[in-house]
Design a protein around this ligand. Structure first.
Ligand SMILES: [Zn+2]
Length: 202
């Protein structure tokens, strides 16, 4: 009886709060917390840093936009707004429609491609932004909204992709094979910017 009680007493002492092992793990925990706090502070400093809102684009960078009814291969329908920052969309175009950032389809077999080989240009419509721009409250949002912007696809290839059942043929109409449309001038400005960044000492 006495022996067993002694054993249990000993066990209690061994797991007590002042053993060297416990002190060591407390120290490790403190160091870990310190490292995590330092990482968080560093992240916040970067987010709030003075360079956050500075645009690297030239003041006359030609941003490209298009309205839904002007989608197609006619580049003259593209609306150009010059600014170092991406202008807010949507904005009302001269034809009375909302203008959105212009994208184009990279698929060679795109059904929207012109006979002359020109790619299909279409607006990146953000359904949520459109309803907000129209002054709708969230409870008035239409339930059958178009897919969100992150799922932006070439509308012409998307239709073809759904129609075609042959998987080998489907590869020709990957609807997300798209890119932002830039004018030749815009592309050159981008290239110059890239070169400048690469030449900067690190
Ligand atoms: Zn397409």
């Amino acid at each position: 009886m006495a022996r067993s009680s002694r054993r249990s007493h000993h066990r209690k002492r061994g797991g007590g709060g002042n053993s060297p092992a416990w002190k060591k793990s407390k120290l490790v925990a403190l160091i870990l917390v310190g490292v995590i706090i330092a990482a968080l502070v560093n992240m916040l400093m970067q987010l709030m840093g003075p360079d956050k809102n500075r645009s690297m684009l030239p003041d006359d960078f030609p941003h490209t936009f298009i309205t839904p009814s002007d989608a197609g291969t006619d580049e003259s329908k593209i609306i150009i707004e010059r600014s170092s920052r991406q202008p807010k969309t949507p904005f009302k175009a001269e034809n009375g429609e909302w203008a959105w950032p212009a994208y184009y389809c990279l698929n060679e077999a795109c059904p929207g491609r012109g006979k002359d080989g020109k790619p299909y240009i279409f607006p990146a419509i953000d359904p949520m932004a459109q309803q907000i721009a129209e002054g709708k409250k969230p409870e008035e949002f239409s339930p059958d909204m178009a897919p969100p912007l992150m799922e932006l696809q070439c509308p012409m290839c998307q239709q073809a992709y759904v129609r075609v059942t042959d998987n080998a043929l489907k590869e020709r109409y990957v609807p997300m094979n798209i890119d932002k449309y830039q004018t030749e001038e815009g592309r050159q400005m981008f290239e110059e910017l890239k070169k400048r960044i690469q030449e900067q000492p690190h």
